[in-house]
Write a protein that binds this ligand. Structure first.
Ligand SMILES: *[C@@H]1O[C@H](CO)[C@@H](O)[C@H](O)[C@H]1NC(C)=O
Length: 336
């Protein structure tokens, strides 16, 4: 009997260690995730650094259409500090069109940096991170009954990634989340938020995005995510960023640990292609191509200039020759 109790205890401890405990830094930090969660060490991971000079324009990419974002039901939404992030539950009346299947919303959450840091996004564009990043998580409801059922399956999830930078003014849409953070300072605390227009969290120009196959950015890092990262950024004020960086704790009780720096470093792209829905200014030609184009134009101009010079010289010579013969004939005339 005692043996079985002990065995259960051991299994429970192992399960808790393997299935629960991970952090961003330290002995359970991101470099150690693959030891407990093998998929985190696999070859199609997220986030990535999007190099805009090596993306592929795909004119066939359908426009992305969020539905039900403006009014996500009438019931309050759950806002939860889970120790890793702040997460807002979303109703399945919110869904995305523009994919082969219907993806319904499940939750959204944020990633951000150290207090005072302007780097905290997970995705980067041309090696530049922004202050924070919003992820709106959807699952394929045509094929699966729930988020947890879809999460490990290929293309089971569609996540929208919105890079957030600091701007001049307070963003009222983000205030619907940020103004409630003080109610859920500690891990596992929950509160309710009145429904609001979630669409206003998105940036301008939903038609400009990057699309690639990747993973969850937290353990167990399932490679099941069809990623959409918008080209344009959303903006919040410095005060709002500070609220995000300074309000939450990743612990349930003392000693309290601030919930900051909850972003994963960019992962290798490996053999993947990043598609874009739009032609970028500057990405039509690479820097090298631009340079050779510039040199080409310069050489052409030089040739043209030389040609004009020689033609002008020839014309002048001809004119001088004519004048000489005129002088000659007039001289002969006076002789006679
Ligand atoms: C993602 O992977 C699937 C299966 O390999 C492939 O059909 C699809 O084209 C890929 N999509 C992107 C955006 O790379």
């Amino acid at each position: 009997m005692l043996f079985f109790t002990l065995l259960l205890e051991v299994i429970w401890i192992l399960a808790a260690d393997g299935g629960q405990h991970w952090t961003y830094e330290g002995p359970h930090g991101q470099d150690h995730w693959p030891a407990s969660y093998p998929e985190c060490g696999s070859n199609a991971q997220s986030p990535i650094n999007i190099q805009t000079d090596s993306v592929t324009f795909d004119p066939e990419l359908p426009t992305l259409q969020p539905h039900g974002y403006d009014q996500p039901g009438t019931e309050p939404l759950d806002l939860h500090n889970n120790g890793h992030t702040v997460q807002l539950s979303l109703p399945p009346t919110m869904y995305l069109e523009g994919f082969p299947r219907k993806y319904v919303a499940a939750q959204l959450h944020l990633h951000w940096g150290e207090t005072g840091s302007l780097g905290g996004s997970e995705h980067q564009i041309n090696s530049e991170a922004t202050a924070a990043e919003l992820h709106i998580v959807h699952y394929d409801s045509d094929s699966y009954g729930s988020l947890s059922e879809a999460a490990p399956m290929p293309q089971g999830l569609a996540v929208l990634g919105i890079l957030i930078e600091v701007g001049e003014t307070k963003n009222p849409a983000y205030e619907h989340i940020l103004s409630h953070l003080h109610e859920i300072r500690n891990k596992d605390q929950k509160t309710s938020v009145p429904p609001f227009n979630v669409g206003e969290l998105l940036p301008q120009r939903l038609d400009q995005f990057f699309r690639y196959n990747g993973s969850l950015t937290t353990p167990p890092c399932y490679q099941s995510v069809l990623w959409t990262v918008f080209n344009r950024k959303a903006q919040i004020s410095m005060g709002q960023l500070e609220e995000l960086q300074e309000t939450l704790f990743s612990t349930e009780e003392e000693p309290s640990r601030p919930l900051v720096r909850n972003y994963r470093a960019p992962q290798p792209l490996n053999q993947r292609t990043v598609f874009t829905s739009f032609i970028q200014v500057g990405s039509v030609y690479t820097t090298g191509e631009m340079l050779s184009l510039g040199v080409g134009i310069l050489v052409c101009c030089l040739c043209l200039l030389l040609a004009v010079y020689f033609i002008a010289r020839k014309i002048r010579k001809k004119r001088l020759g004519n004048r000489k013969s005129v002088v000659f004939t007039s001289a002969r005339a006076t002789e006679a």
